[in-house]
Write a protein that binds this ligand. Structure first.
Ligand code: NAD
Length: 324
């Protein structure tokens, strides 16, 4: 006879001080209660707004102990080295990204975690993937270490789901844009930097060329997608590698034009660097029909709504440049 799992929901966020982790932790806390969500990171926070445990995601014993001690029922594993930084430290990126995922999967399985979330990325696709509307199931030939680790990770998640019945779920996030948290070394970071430059300096030099179109998403949509996926009944989650997730797609020139419509004196130059080749290997948009059908995904923000909110919020961060 199966014994009912009566443990109250206790959430652990690994990599909670990063661009996504800070906002996801806040979102989970407002939904489930501050005390029910433990934040953890290898770094220490400037100030903790709830339970925090300093933990290296490569410390298998420490993680297992924490999951047991706190009777954690849900894990969000966000610790990783991102695409651009990963190309500068390929072996370290592979080690952090892969080993920490396997450690988390094993610890979750061994301690009876009910659900686990781990994000994949558009970087799991490659030059052989159809460029527009990359399908859910398609050619995936990533050319970065980060992308290789994401593609391998997706299959490890599916393996743990099939072999051990671990309820692990995943999204292929597009580039994420937030005014609250700085980006952590990815190829889409320009789409956050440009707003700070627009407010403080009136000029910006983009490290991607003007016409490089990529799938992007405003952070509130990404947080909502993550929580909606994690709250969906298990039988609705039919993709156990990772779901395509599309918000909107734009080029640096189109984003610059959207900002210039609001700030006409803002100018943008282009000086593409090594990140241009990374971006060129990724699709311009994703087909997220499977996410829409399986668990009802629909983005809320348009490009214009995102630009309005980003400019308004970032202005508040620089009171010295606010118009009097
Ligand atoms: P980030 O770099 O901003 O944050 C990562 C966090 O992990 C940092 O706080 C870092 O201190 C922590 N960390 C690193 N190594 C650790 C370790 N060994 N132990 C514990 N913590 C460690 O990254 P992010 O943008 O928040 O991304 C989170 C996840 O989402 C990653 O898996 C990333 O690949 C994925 N993702 C992000 C984006 C994006 O646009 N931000 C897009 C696609 C996928």
């Amino acid at each position: 006879m199966e014994i009912a799992d009566t443990r109250p929901r206790t959430v652990l966020v690994i990599g909670a001080l990063g661009q996504i982790g800070q906002e996801l932790t806040a979102g989970l806390r407002s939904r489930y209660g501050t005390g029910r969500v433990i934040a953890s990171d290898v770094r220490l926070p400037a100030h903790a707004e709830g339970p925090f445990v300093q933990l290296d995601a490569l410390d298998a014993e420490g993680l297992t102990e924490l999951l047991r001690q706190e009777q954690v029922t849900e894990v969000y594993h966000l610790a990783a080295m991102l695409s651009a930084k990963g190309e500068q430290h390929p072996l370290q990126a592979w080690d952090i990204n892969m080993r920490s995922l396997l450690i988390a999967l094993e610890a979750a399985r061994g301690t009876g975690v009910r659900r686990m979330f781990w994000p994949s990325s558009i970087a799991a696709f490659g030059p052989g993937t159809p460029h527009d509307g990359a399908p859910q199931h398609t050619v995936m030939d990533p050319s970065t270490v980060y992308g290789i680790s994401k593609l391998a990770g997706e299959h490890w998640c599916a393996y743990y789901a099939a072999r051990y019945g671990l309820d692990v779920r995943s999204l292929r996030y597009p580039g994420l844009i937030s005014y609250k948290t700085p980006p952590g070394g990815g190829t889409t970071d320009y789409a956050v930097h440009i707003f700070h430059a627009a407010v403080t300096e009136e000029t910006y030099t983009s490290f991607l060329g003007p016409d490089t179109r990529l799938p992007m998403m405003y952070m509130p949509d990404a947080i909502r997608a993550t929580i909606e996926l994690m709250e969906a009944p298990a039988e609705q989650v039919r993709v156990r590698t990772s779901y395509n997730l599309q918000g909107f797609s734009f080029t640096p020139a189109e984003l610059a034009a959207a900002i210039q419509r609001r700030l006409p004196s803002f100018t943008v130059q282009y000086a593409p660097d090594f990140r241009e080749a990374i971006a060129a290997s990724w699709p311009a948009s994703m087909d997220d029909q499977a996410a829409r059908e399986d668990w009802g995904w629909a983005p809320a923000y348009t490009l214009d709504a995102m630009v309005d909110e980003m400019l308004a919020q970032i202005r508040l961060q620089y009171p010295a440049v606010l118009p009097s």
